[in-house]
Design a binder for this molecule. Structure first.
Ligand SMILES: Cc1ncc(COP(=O)(O)O)c(C=O)c1O
Length: 282
């Protein structure tokens, strides 16, 4: 099941081609996207996703997106969906056609089913490997043109890291900086529980600010947790009471194994955080 909606309010046929071969998104990955989770017809964190879309657009010097049109396109997808109760709605925008002076930015919303493997991982947990991203934690400030805090379409590196995880017998990745500190997953934010405190690294270390992380922090804080956004030394992962990868489609997924070594059993902490997170949307 797939539903495609354009920004002019029309629906498309997702099995048909609409993207020109000279589109900058195809030629150079020069564009931005968001993935919004929709459960039972209700989008989660749509406002923060749209805000981040606008921020990514600004970082790439793309025209300011008309967020009302994007919201309408997402709603069109939801209104025409006949699949399962959960939808991953991708909002995709590229600069347009390369070398065409009249090129308009190109954008669409595409609703897709969520991968069964992702859904299974929510309950079964995952094994993760740490991989060096090769940058220091100050890179975002020193080299903002690397666009580390933007959600760009250039995900080839992220996907390569996931394949490397597969070669090492793991399901996912936690990137580390050259000083060993924790960054993020290729498609997720890292959350670390120690006692009743939840940690995540700050976006200033060169990571994407996560909408799910923000939501989980809000819920955890309301449930009596202390939440801290601060640098997380790599050594903290093995000693934590819980390590989780958070993202819109995976929600909060428990890491049970890190670099081949079993972590502390975090099933109870995981259950508590998931309950608090879900309760916000009940
Ligand atoms: C690099 C990266 N970090 C973090 C996230 C999590 O963001 P969100 O919780 O807003 O889905 C994603 C989502 O795909 C991502 O690609």
């Amino acid at each position: 099941m797939r539903v495609l909606a354009f920004l002019d309010g029309t629906l498309g046929d997702p099995s048909q081609p609409y993207v020109r071969v000279d589109n900058t998104g195809v030629l150079r990955g020069d564009g931005i996207f968001e993935t919004v989770l929709v459960v039972d017809g209700k989008p989660r964190e749509l406002g923060p996703h749209l805000d981040r879309l606008a921020k990514s657009a600004a970082m790439l010097d793309l025209p300011e997106p008309d967020l009302e049109l994007w919201e309408q396109a997402a709603q069109q997808v939801i209104d025409n969906w006949e699949g399962s109760s959960e939808i991953a709605v991708k909002l995709v925008a590229t600069r347009g056609s390369e070398g065409d002076p009249d090129a308009e930015p190109f954008g669409y919303a595409l609703g897709m089913e969520i991968d069964e493997k992702v859904k299974r991982a929510r309950t079964e947990g995952i094994g993760v490997v740490t991989l060096d991203r090769g940058f220091g934690p100050d890179v975002a400030e020193r080299a903002p043109w690397l666009l580390l805090g933007a959600k760009t379409l250039s995900y080839a590196v992220n996907l390569a890291a996931l394949r490397e995880a597969g070669r090492r017998g793991a399901d996912d990745v936690i990137f580390t900086a050259t000083d060993g500190s924790v960054l993020e997953g290729p498609t997720s934010t890292v959350l670390v529980a120690k006692g009743r405190t939840l940690y995540t690294p700050p976006p200033t270390v060169g990571i994407l600010p996560g909408t799910t992380q923000r939501s989980v922090f809000r819920a955890a804080e309301a449930a009596g947790w202390t939440v801290k956004m601060e640098p997380v030394p790599g050594g903290e992962l093995a000693m934590a009471d819980g390590v989780f990868l958070a993202s819109s489609v995976r929600k909060v997924t428990r890491v049970h194994t890190l670099d081949g070594v079993a972590l502390a059993d975090s099933t109870a902490v995981h259950a508590e955080l998931c309950e608090a997170y879900e309760a916000q949307y009940a």
